[in-house]
Design a protein around this ligand. Structure first.
Ligand SMILES: *Cc1c(COP(=O)(O)O)cnc(C)c1O
Length: 401
């Protein structure tokens, strides 16, 4: 028996307590420059790496963390991700993952109806979910071009490029939503991509356009989970789509890499993107070969919290975003781009020459920046249910220039 493959409860507990203690006092010792000939042992490697990994990481659960789409993750996802790492199920092979394949279908089945979809599968991110959707669109609907707004995520351009489809960009409103009237009238060979929550401003394209093109895909990577909340109606129309992408490692609080691609006609779509292989007991659906059971942490979280618990946390994020927007509206020095609809707030000093000075004065974890029509804006993305609205607005008030 090789002890390195056996559970060492004491060492595992030590690794966990290092994580839970937060930043360690230990100073980071330099790592070996090249692959060490002789290992330092697993217990030593953990001590050695702790200051590098743990002290070096951004704290996504801090009261001020509101800059990116990356959420803190609940402990149940750590526990189940550890199960995954240990069991190392491969969903490609039913024989190595009999339960995990079913659990993935279970969690897909729980979520698909919120989007008016009938099934789908998991991918490691929405970049791949979008590519999968447009691959299905090409096969099922014979589309020759992708139409998306000029604020669509870059993964849409990547997918069009990979699939050999033309990309046509549609202009957007000042807040980043597709201008409906700028669409071509003939969409019979087009995959229309509508974004539900753009990356820069959180804008929602007119989702009622679904069904007008040969294929409609909604990129709901960011805002899709709002379908579980009392703000669900902001995404009305999403159910008209042929496919929907949602990143679970954004607003469903999952560890990376976790996302979903949903299809309305799932049998047809999966059929079009499935390949067999001599060594495969089950046909291989989608882009991935070997892949793990990212469904299990998601299933565990949804089971632990229920729809209500998930909704409540997303709604809290939306409340924090609205509180920031309200504060900016009442600060004479600042300008708000638009009232936030999906937890993304954009604002800037009215005196643009002070932008960099503002940036330097604000806590780093609190804002990111984005460029809209050539102008820079601050961007808060509230993916952190523990973001503290008061602490954030006080940090804004405390800037004196
Ligand atoms: C984040 C994002 C993506 C890409 O998703 P990943 O999970 O990062 O691959 C696609 N579209 C939108 C609108 C996004 O915000």
């Amino acid at each position: 028996m090789d002890p390195e493959f056996q559970p060492d409860l004491q060492a595992l507990t030590r690794a966990l307590s290092l994580l839970c203690e937060g930043p360690t006092a230990a100073l980071a010792q330099a790592l070996p420059h090249s692959l060490p000939q002789v290992g330092v042992t697993s217990t030593q490697a953990i001590e050695w790496l702790a200051p590098h990994v743990l002290n070096g990481a951004a704290r996504l659960d801090s009261p001020l963390a509101a800059a990116h789409m990356d959420p803190p993750t609940p402990w149940i996802s750590w526990a189940t991700a550890q199960w995954n790492a240990s069991l190392n199920q491969n969903l490609l092979h039913p024989a190595t993952a009999p339960a995990a394949r079913q659990l993935e279908q279970q969690v897909v089945g729980w979520l698909a109806p919120y989007f008016g979809m009938r099934g789908g599968h998991m991918t490691p991110g929405s970049t791949l979910a979008n590519l999968t959707a447009l691959w299905a669109a090409r096969e099922c609907a014979g589309v020759t071009e992708v139409i998306a707004s000029d604020t669509a995520h870059l993964s849409i351009a990547k997918a069009a490029h990979i699939l050999g489809l033309k990309l046509r960009q549609i202009p957007t409103t000042p807040t980043g939503a597709m201008i409906e009237d700028a669409l071509p009238s003939d969409l019979s060979r087009s995959a229309l991509v509508l974004t539900a929550g753009t990356t820069s401003t959180g804008a929602i394209d007119p989702l009622a356009l679904g069904g007008r093109a040969a294929w409609t895909h909604v990129d709901a990577a960011w805002a899709g989970p709002m379908r579980l909340t009392r703000h669900s109606d902001r995404l009305d129309g999403i159910e008209k789509a042929d496919s929907v992408a949602v990143s679970a490692h954004k607003w469903l609080f999952q560890p990376k890499e976790s996302a979903l691609i949903f299809f309305k006609d799932v049998d047809k779509a999966h059929g079009a993107i499935t390949m067999g292989g001599a060594y495969l007991a089950a046909p291989n659906v989608g882009i991935l070969g070997s892949h793990g059971a990212m469904a299990i942490p998601l299933l565990a979280t949804l089971m632990a919290w229920g729809r209500d618990g998930m909704a409540e946390r997303i709604e809290r994020c939306i409340y924090v975003a609205e509180t920031i927007a309200n504060h900016v509206n009442h600060d004479d020095r600042l300008q708000l781009l638009a009232w936030p609809v999906t937890g993304v707030v954009n604002w800037r000093p009215k005196d643009i020459s002070l932008f960099d000075a503002w940036h330097q004065s604000l806590p780093r974890e609190m804002v990111s920046t984005t460029t809209l029509r050539g102008e820079r804006w601050f961007r808060n993305v509230v993916a952190n249910p523990m973001a503290n609205a008061l602490a954030i607005t006080e940090a804004i008030s405390a800037v004196h220039l």
